[in-house]
Ligand binder design. Sequence first.
Ligand code: ATP
Ligand code: MG
Ligand code: ZN
Length: 373
Amino acid sequence: MSYVALYRRYRPKNFSEIIGQKAIIQTLSNALLTNRVSHAYLFCGQRGTGKTTIARLFAKSINCENRQKNEFEPCNKCESCIEINEGRSLDLIEIDAASNRGIDEIRNLKEGIRFAPVKSKYKVFIIDEVHMLTKEAFNALLKTLEEPPAHAIFILATTEPEKLPSTIISRTQRFDFKKLTINEIIERLTFLAKAEKIKITPDALKEIALSAEGSLRDAESLLDQIISLGYKEINLEILEDVLGHLNFEKTSQFINYLLNKDVKNALIFIDQIYQDGIDLINFSATLLKLLRQILLLKVNPQIAEIIKEEFTDDQFEKIKQFAQNFTINELEKIIDSLMRIKERIKYSPIATLPLEMIVINFCQNENKNSKGE
Ligand SMILES: Nc1ncnc2c1ncn2[C@@H]1O[C@H](COP(=O)(O)OP(=O)(O)OP(=O)(O)O)[C@@H](O)[C@H]1O
Ligand SMILES: [Mg+2]
Ligand SMILES: [Zn+2]
């Protein structure tokens, strides 16, 4: 059996399993109880806080065949609920706007919207990362939101509501998802650890919760990585080892691609860590720190004694090799561009783009130089 990530296996199936976001659940459950469902919702907020999860739960509840008048939870037993849980309902359509940005996709969507639901009361459209749509696509979407058919419900989700046209926002009922608090994250991790029969000390739990910066998905994914390394008992020491190890493995692999001017794999790598939910600003900061140590070692080998203490022998060996194989000029160049990357990532329409540009610039210039141009 292939390994299924924690956050998939334990995806909440009921509103009662949702951590935090109390005000949002309250309003949505009221709408379900009073049967006053709006046609367009906007879910805003940081990644990993429950937007997609709650959107699916809401879709499940409104279409649940067994749901009684005084109940807002889905039954998870009827055909509609089961189809949604298994991700094969024809009446729940999820669109990732990041990869379907254009007018054609929205046109297809508009066509699709006209058709009645296949078997349920409502057809629910979840449009994820909706801020990524093009202007034309927004206009098309706006027309749809102005006159939605009675059977259609839209749930737009975004991490960057400030990039949405106000005309779209004003047509929706908006919910702002909150970052989860440390205690909320600890509550969930404790539950998961118990379910997985893992022992974990309170200080390690707190450290995982802190490093997740309000995203439950990040917290779960970190716990998952530690568990998948085979640990059954986790304390702060193990956690810090694992964190440091994961960081070093990733950054040194990336530095290796740079050293070899391997543009292709460096770009695949960036895409992969982004898909894995690694924060690119954090990654760049770790990268910068390591490159600085390599540069310091290069210009002053006597510093070795100091740097050595921060790493295992294997890691330090790698750092020494990097220091030998990069030129000072090369190191300066990457460090220089990395110093300004935080702001650039923040304001880039595509999060991975600034790092990709660094890779391409660095590797191309070097190829030119080596050809003597
Ligand atoms: N409030 C929450 N309560 C319980 N679990 C949560 C909550 N938020 C996130 N999770 C967990 O994290 C996983 C990912 O959450 P979800 O996909 O809903 O995040 P999102 O807000 O849609 O993030 P993104 O903006 O990256 O799409 C869920 O499967 C669930 O395990
Ligand atoms: Mg989502
Ligand atoms: Zn049901």
